[in-house]
Design a protein around this ligand. Structure first.
Ligand SMILES: Cc1cc2nc3c(=O)[nH]c(=O)nc-3n(C[C@H](O)[C@H](O)[C@H](O)COP(=O)(O)OP(=O)(O)OC[C@H]3O[C@@H](n4cnc5c(N)ncnc54)[C@H](O)[C@@H]3O)c2cc1C
Length: 429
């Protein structure tokens, strides 16, 4: 089987955006007397940017625009799928955070960015900005598997969704797993870079344990374009040999979502149900706004190209790029880990950059850091913490150091970390 040719959504979005700009859209907010920063995306990056902007530049009006009704944390979501924590800890109110920190929250989906006019568009009207923080996360590139076949893509989204972006898919995945009664369940992993690299393996452990506990005649097939780390390999082999099969270097070559078959270079599988994670890219708006980087051959990298030290878009110093949507940070290690903590740090750094510019200064460059907790084993529990730190080398290139800590006796350090982050981003007490 071969893949049909792909067409980029960017082209259709750009075509759709052009007539939109020509219309005289009503303003969503009255004109500001001072200067305004619009933050699009209320995830880990955008929430941190909005909060820090109010602290560092109280003279600026700050507006956060987010399409979802409530914040839902993907960190800890595997524990929630496993029934170990309550959804209430992961779900938070955007309006309460905006009130606590003193910015304006608008629930709306941004359909287009007009960089020439410094204006964003929503179905309900437009908002002008002096600076824009784009923190809209990722999108799934189903076209890499299914080309232009809109019917097949819609079917995968509806039936074999992966719950890797905040929204309704998480509740749907929990309902699907709760109702699972057996058979072959396929889970594909995307090629790197993708958000939270160890999280799919943790999710596989959760599903393996679910199959084992319920005594189901079932197997989880994990199709992984990479290889398994020794720690996860040990946990899969020791604890879930009868429940999980992991396939290394299993890049998806062909998918028939209607016939429920999937092929890699080495294997052809038939599945009863699936959690299908295609390659990831920067979200739609970065494409529509013309902010995607190009590789040495001029092809789109798939990610929004930022100045590595100041985080503004390479194309536009009025637009700051924050979180999982950004492109490579360094020729030494490529992408920053796409983690919540790192996105949050980037949001704070963008706020620091904008505050300096608003005050007519050049900001001292700041670098992020990342900390990620993941269960590398469930029975008995082992919690792994992955920390990364950065420095600018003498030649101006960003260098990374990584440390892993394995805790065979976890006592809720991950939950304490998440509560601390929710406090910083969402005024959680
Ligand atoms: C299962 C799982 C487990 C994870 N575990 C961890 C962990 O333990 N630790 C960790 O640090 N990280 C973890 N992560 C990664 C972490 O969740 C992400 O790195 C983080 O969410 C990235 O933040 P972001 O702000 O870039 O994007 P997001 O959090 O995705 O936020 C983007 C926001 O933009 C909104 N948006 C998008 N487009 C529009 C639009 N057009 N108009 C308006 N709003 C829009 C979206 O609704 C969303 O709320 C995990 C991720 C997953 C999926």
């Amino acid at each position: 089987m071969t893949f049909p040719r792909r067409r980029f959504l960017a082209a259709s979005l750009a075509a759709f955006a052009a007539p939109l700009f020509a219309q005289q859209a009503p303003a969503l907010l009255p004109a500001t007397k001072g200067r305004r920063v619009v933050v699009v995306g209320g995830g880990w990056g955008g929430l941190s940017a909005a909060r820090r902007l109010r602290e560092l530049a109280p003279e600026l009006e700050v507006v956060l625009i987010e399409r979802n009704a409530a914040f839902f944390s993907m960190p800890l979501s595997n524990q929630w799928l496993d029934g170990r924590i309550d959804a209430a800890l992961l779900t938070h109110d955007f309006a309460a955070a905006a009130k606590a920190f003193g910015y304006t929250f608008i629930r709306a989906e941004v359909s287009a960015i007009d960089r020439a006019r410094r204006r964003i568009h929503t179905a309900g009207g437009s908002v002008d900005y002096d600076w824009l923080v784009l923190a809209t996360g990722i999108r799934h590139d189903y076209g890499a598997w299914l080309g232009d076949d809109a019917r097949a893509i819609a079917h995968v989204r509806e039936r074999f969704f992966c719950a890797w972006t905040p929204g309704a898919e998480f509740a749907a995945l929990k309902a699907k797993l709760d109702a699972f009664r057996g058979g072959d369940l396929v889970m594909t992993l995307p090629p790197p870079p993708y958000r939270c690299q160890p999280a799919p393996y943790e999710r596989a452990l959760v599903i393996g344990r679910m199959i084992k506990r319920r005594g189901l005649r079932a197997r989880l097939h994990v199709l992984d374009p990479g290889t398994l780390s020794p720690r996860f390999a040990e946990a899969f082999e020791d604890d879930y040999k009868d429940q999980i099969t992991h396939y290394s270097q299993a890049k998806v070559k062909a998918l028939d979502p209607f016939g429920k078959t999937i092929a890699t270079e080495f294997d052809d599988l038939r599945f009863d149900d699936a959690i299908l994670m295609p390659p990831q890219q920067a979200g739609d708006l970065a494409w529509q706004a013309g902010l995607i980087g190009r590789d040495a051959e001029g092809k789109p990298t798939g990610w929004a190209a930022q100045d590595p030290l100041h985080l503004h878009a390479l194309e536009d110093e009025r637009v700051f790029l924050v979180g999982d949507l950004i492109d490579r940070a360094s020729l030494l290690f490529g992408h920053y880990p796409k983690s919540g903590r790192l996105a949050s740090r980037l949001g704070a750094i963008a706020a620091h950059e904008i505050a300096a510019r608003a005050q007519g200064k050049i900001a001292e460059p700041l670098l992020p850091d990342s900390s990620c907790f993941i269960y590398s084993r469930l029975e008995p529990a082992e919690l792994t913490r992955i920390d990364t730190h950065y420095r600018v080398r003498g030649d101006g290139v960003i260098a990374q150091t990584t440390q892993q800590h394995h805790d065979p006796n976890p006592r809720g350090e991950d939950i304490a970390w998440a509560k601390g982050m929710f406090g910083e981003m969402l005024a959680y007490k």
